[in-house]
Design a protein around this ligand. Structure first.
Ligand code: NI
Length: 145
């Protein structure tokens, strides 16, 4: 564990305090750690599509949309090496929400997510991609403190 001392001008410090309150952080250290983890994760995603990741892809769709439900199932079967599990909930008479848990090479996972999001009738698609290096599985990105 290392201890860092940082200096912020007043405006930035106030904005940071407001952000912490809005997001419910109990202390500055945890807020800073999460900001750093996110930035490090995004940077490593930008650096290499071959790196491994875990991801959750979520989206809403209308199951009355022609062939969409079976098309989505087909896409998942075609990528059974990436899809770990899928959770489905029926929101109302027409709409469903699905969360697909994915694991694999980041480039392939992101291509899969884009192909699902691009389907006609799929809305609010979002992939939360977390980079994983085998060597750091128990390491810095995942350590809470
Ligand atoms: Ni449904």
């Amino acid at each position: 564990m290392q201890r860092l001392t940082i200096s912020l001008d007043d405006d930035l410090a106030e904005a940071f305090e407001a952000l912490m309150r809005r997001k419910g952080y109990a202390n500055r250290s945890e807020a800073i750690r999460d900001l750093l983890r996110r930035e490090l994760g995004e940077t490593s995603l930008a650096e290499g599509p071959v790196q491994q990741c875990v991801a959750v892809l979520s989206y809403v769709y209308d199951h009355h949309e022609r062939q969409l439900a079976s098309r989505l199932t087909d896409i998942q079967h075609e990528h059974h090496d990436l899809t770990v599990s899928t959770m489905h909930a029926h929101l109302d008479h027409a709409n469903c929400v699905e969360a697909v848990f994915l694991r694999g090479a980041t480039g392939k996972v992101m291509d899969f997510a884009e192909s699902v999001k691009a389907q006609t009738g799929v809305r609010h698609g979002h992939a939360h991609v977390v980079p994983v290096e085998t060597a750091t599985l128990s390491g810095a990105y995942f350590r809470r403190r």
